[in-house]
Design a protein around this ligand. Structure first.
Ligand code: WT7
Length: 650
């Protein structure tokens, strides 16, 4: 069988009939369907006869999913050597566009191979072995995807921490996986802001040391574009360029079992501390490759720009792995969309002849505000496909994206998925699925969404309910790092036998899905997923704050904005300086992106008789919708509502 065929079938699926037929095949015989996809990749050893084994039902024992068990492969090999063997060694793998105009760089697949291997050799010399965790705390420079691939090369498990997280948050993640090695950078500019990353890492390492965990090696990339002080002050500190550049450019590939871990990535849940979502190798790899090919019609040599940071799942699947698996050229952009002005994105698109642009609705809403002239100043004639991800896209932003940015000729892929799902789940296909603005449309191949009511009954036809999935897809997460029980409790216990996404959705008469947003206590601020519990625990670290409850309320640009209700100690007043100090607690414990926009005094919070905070009521008060509070009969003290409404503007 010509192994290039099936990927091309997915890539060129160009009518609704074709989609329907392929979709039917994928859910009727998933093992055969995904085996056909998997054969497109390099396997050092084939998988055993059983492609898929799983149990989704907690009543039948441990929740467990395994794809391609026994097969041996390697992500870095498939991203790099596979392309070099196909004759793409001289083609550009990554384009880097710096924060300031004029800062740029390129890396071919051959150069990438050398850089990945040098760093992999350094990791080995630092004692990193297969299955060891490595923390990556880097800005958007090419060393970030290189670091991910270097870990993949030797079978180390990377845990990328978004470089906007604070030292406390970084320490928490360091302690979580007991990483002995941290890869970082001296400092970086984002827009006009200077960010001292190494300082954050130092604090995090000191914090970890105080909890009896020593980081042995901190490899620091020295950003020569910024005059920085000597960042290498600790014995664990190593100078990236000095150490790595002299190492050999060959490194043996560690062949991994399909179910060996590839990476973990922390994300927020509705309660408790962040969860270490763990992805494995084989299934994640083929799904990243297949969704990129199909949803973005991606071909070898295409210039693809995903604006996400590698600190989030989108940057893993659709900036790093997916594009390389398709032999494409992927853009790493260090800056922000409105610096030096709001035309930056369109300028980059023209400069590199970007075919596919993939971004978040929040960025579009922010750019839309600056007016169309910034867009029209550039040609954008290379664009063929547009994509969005991260939150529901409102019809105004969709129309602007489609009509102004894409001039009505580029379909918009509104892709619904999650850190946990690893890749696209509900999404249009550019040539096969007719769009409806605001709908993520139909399930990707092999994905079986269901809408359940609160009793766990599957709703058919037109309906609205909890968005769940009946069967596994290859790139689903396999566990939460070191906490399989929490995995089962958070995702498989609410509805027995189903994966519960945490989102609500509607299905229309045409079978299209419309995501209505989170139904749990997870907020989405500018595409960042933030747990209410995390912000609340940060607020109560302030000495004067005894209790806090936060909710997300609608915001025209950010999607949601964080509104905090705080109960202060008796005799303490909520002055402006207290407000600032409270915000600083959140910035210190999580990061600036999680800072509440509004803080209101709450002598008491609305609670049920059993003491549970009723966030639904707080959301109504914060949104000035107290006329439609709904059922308040379970409130222990109904007068609390009036007090909070009265204090709202004080
Ligand atoms: C949550 C997952 C997937 C990568 C980025 C976010 C929301 C995501 C969409 C969309 C409506 C969306 C959901 C989901 N979400 N994409 N196209 N339409 N909502 O990953 O941080 O894991 O967040 O983002 O609420 O549960 P994440």
């Amino acid at each position: 069988m010509n192994s290039d065929d099936f990927m091309d079938v997915l890539r060129t699926c160009c009518s609704r009939e074709q989609y329907d037929a392929l979709y039917r095949e994928s859910v009727e015989d998933p093992q055969n369907f995904w085996a056909k996809v998997a054969r497109e990749f390099h396997w050092e050893e084939p998988w055993k006869s059983n492609v898929l084994a799983f149990n989704f039902n907690v009543d039948n024992g441990k929740v467990d999913v395994s794809w391609f068990a026994g097969g041996k492969t390697n992500m870095a090999w498939n991203c790099i050597e596979r392309n070099i063997q196909n004759g793409c060694g001289e083609q550009t793998a990554f384009i880097w566009e710096g924060n300031n105009l004029g800062e740029e760089g390129k890396k071919t697949y051959l150069e990438l191979q050398a850089d990945v291997n040098r760093l992999a050799n350094w990791l080995k010399s630092a004692g990193v072995k297969k299955n060891d965790a490595v923390i990556i705390y880097l800005p958007m420079i090419m060393e970030l995807p290189v670091a991910m691939l270097a870990c993949a090369r030797i079978g180390a498990v990377h845990s990328v921490v978004f470089a906007g997280f604070s030292s406390e948050a970084l320490a928490q993640r360091l302690l979580g996986c007991k990483a002995k090695v941290v890869l970082t950078c001296s400092a970086v500019m984002r827009g006009s802001k200077h960010i001292n990353l190494k300082g954050v890492v130092d604090e995090a390492c000191d914090f970890a040391a105080a909890k009896d965990h020593a980081v042995d090696h901190c490899l620091c990339f020295i950003n020569a574009r910024l005059n920085s002080d000597n960042h290498l002050t600790q014995s664990r500190d190593k100078h990236w360029q000095n150490e790595v550049d002299q190492l050999p450019r060959d490194c043996e590939t560690e062949w991994m079992d399909a179910e060996d871990p590839l990476f973990m990535l922390y994300t927020s849940g509705s309660t408790g501390s962040p969860k270490g979502v763990l992805h494995t190798t084989g299934g994640y790899m083929i799904y990243a490759g297949a969704t990129c090919a199909s949803v973005f019609n991606m071909r070898q040599g295409d210039v693809f720009w995903c604006t996400a940071d590698c600190g989030w799942i989108t940057g893993h699947t659709y900036l790093t792995y997916g594009p390389l698996l398709n032999g494409a050229t992927s853009i790493v952009f260090e800056g922000v969309p409105n610096y030096p002005d709001a035309g930056r994105c369109w300028n980059i698109i023209d400069k590199y002849k970007v075919k596919t642009f993939y971004t978040a609705p929040t960025a579009l809403r922010a750019l839309q505000r600056y007016g169309d002239d910034f867009v029209k100043a550039y040609k954008r004639s290379s664009l063929k496909i547009l994509g969005t991800v991260g939150e529901p896209i409102n019809p105004e932003a969709w129309q602007w994206y489609f009509n102004v940015v894409g001039e009505g000729r580029c379909p918009v892929m509104d892709t619904w998925w999650q850190t946990e799902t690893g890749g696209h789940m509900i999404t249009p296909l550019p040539l096969a699925i007719e769009q409806k603005p605001g709908s993520a449309t139909l399930p990707f191949f092999g994905v079986e969404p269901v809408l359940l009511n609160e009793n766990g009954v599957e709703l058919l036809d037109e309906a609205e309910g909890y968005l769940c999935f009946k069967t596994p897809w290859p790139s689903m997460f396999r566990t939460l790092f070191a906490d399989h029980q929490r995995y089962e409790e958070s995702y498989f216990s609410m509805f027995k036998g189903y994966y519960f996404s945490g989102d609500g959705a509607k299905r229309d008469a045409d079978g299209y899905y419309w995501i209505t947003g989170r139904v749990d206590d997870v907020m989405n601020v500018s595409g960042h997923r933030i747990g209410t519990a995390e912000v609340e625990s940060a607020l109560v670290t302030h000495a004067e704050c005894v209790e806090a409850a936060v909710v997300g309320i609608d915001h025209p640009i950010k999607g949601q904005s964080i509104y905090a209700f705080v109960t202060l100690r008796e005799s303490c007043e909520l002055t402006n300086s207290t407000r600032k100090a409270l915000v600083d607690c959140v910035r210190a414990m999580i990061g600036p992106f999680a800072a509440p926009d509004t803080i209101q005094r709450a002598p008491a919070l609305p609670k049920t008789r059993s003491g549970k905070i009723m966030r639904r009521i707080l959301r109504k008060i914060a949104s000035r919708e107290e006329e439609s509070l709904g059922d308040t009969s379970t409130l222990a003290d109904p007068t609390v509502v009036d007090t909070l409404v009265e204090l709202r503007d004080k």
